[in-house]
Design a protein around this ligand. Sequence first.
Ligand code: ADP
Ligand code: ADP
Length: 227
Amino acid sequence: MVELNLKHISKKYINNSEYSVKDFNLEISNHEFIVFVGPSGCGKSTTLRMIAGLEDISEGDFEIDGVRMNDTPPKDRDIAMVFQNYALYPHMTVFENMAFGLKLRKYPKDAIKQRVEDAAKILGLTELLDRKPADMSGGQRQRVAMGRAIVRDAKVFLMDEPLSNLDAKLRVQMRAEIAKIHQNLGSTTIYVTHDQTEAMTLADRIVIMNAGVIQQVGSPQELYNKP
Ligand code: ADP
Ligand code: ADP
């Protein structure tokens, strides 16, 4: 069954004369790991933000399991997003950062505690729950950003260059953890990166974008190991 359907989606920002995304058409299956690649400004983030509901879709329809989602607010979509800059709240502790989305959705207190503790265990953050972001390393902050997404137990994960601020060694380590989390949670993931190795190792299918349009879609083997 098709999980996500992006049907001829286009985006024109109000203050921009050009389309940022043009006629983006893609069916994403349940539990697929999709990676968007392409040069800066080609529309990768804009596409993710439309899926998350953070930007309006100018034309076309976005469906989850056949249900049109264009007008569904972000908090009512079964989607969690991890941003490149982590977007943590500096005045909140790790626990509060991870609990924030659940509070917003009115989860009961003990359910929040349980979920945050479970996610912290998965990400090795148990000892850091009382820290604030300023007192943590880049790698630790990145884990908190991941934790904030996985506590939601969302069906769909969107990640916009989540590893680009980390050093090479940590990137390799976190890449493996992201693959594991995708497997264990059974989620559907859309992942944006500039890094071809990340794309090759993580993707079931890679979507190559350029100037707002899809240029090619295929498995890493199909795209990069052509005879
Ligand atoms: P990236 O290339 O990693 O997506 P950018 O530096 O292009 O990051 O964008 C950072 C932020 O600025 C994003 O929230 C994006 O939506 C916004 N932005 C990018 N281009 C423009 C623009 N021309 N006008 C207004 N906001 C923009
Ligand atoms: P990418 O993520 O591939 O770097 P973006 O989706 O951030 O690309 O940007 C695609 C295009 O849309 C770029 O030309 C960018 O300047 C433009 N853009 C992004 N955000 C905005 C915005 N808020 N307002 C106007 N133009 C934007």
